[in-house]
Design a protein. Structure first.
Length: 165
């Protein structure tokens, strides 16, 4: 095995171990931190984000992910093998799925496809909040299905209905 192939396999394995919810039926929960009151996370407490370049599913229109290739390496999608479930404070009626180009099922919430951020190294990390990357902004997702704002800006609650139609 070449040195490059060995490194690529190790990187792929690291992603799988870092984001375990990608392999099972996903569970979405509500967490909080010192900086944000409430935001979505997976069952292990890893923060989940929305991407403003995506098409939000609403009013009979399906959600569409705009994050593939290099984008999906930096922002891995939350995928599931079954129906996603929600913990306390998660509005189960806002949970859904879309099929990605590779045939995997990505979890959506409030019509937004959900993603991890590769620079979040531990449960509760929120390094991807309000980050611009791959042509648009990334935000934590509030329990109401909108982007999260910081405490100084509506106290970390749902922040408007400024979705991409």
């Amino acid at each position: 095995m070449s040195h490059f192939t060995h490194k690529a396999l190790l990187a792929a394995a690291a992603i799988c171990f870092a984001f375990p919810a990608m392999a099972d039926a996903a569970k979405v929960e509500v967490k909080s931190s010192g900086k944000y009151d409430a935001f979505l996370a997976d069952a292990e407490g890893r923060s989940l984000y929305l991407f403003k370049a995506d098409t939000r599913g609403k009013d009979g229109k399906d959600a569409v992910s705009a994050c593939y290739d290099k984008c999906a390496v930096a922002w891995p999608p939350l995928t599931t093998t079954g129906e996603p479930t929600g913990g306390d404070k998660v509005k189960s009626e806002l949970l859904g799925t879309i099929e990605r180009k590779d045939g995997t099922m990505q979890v959506t919430y409030g019509g937004w496809p959900l993603y991890y951020f590769v620079k979040d190294k531990a449960p509760g990390d929120t390094n991807g909040q309000d980050v611009e990357g791959f042509g648009e902004e990334w935000y934590l997702v509030a329990p109401g299905g909108k982007k999260v704002a910081e405490h100084g800006d509506d106290h970390g609650k749902d922040h408007g209905d400024d979705d991409k139609s």
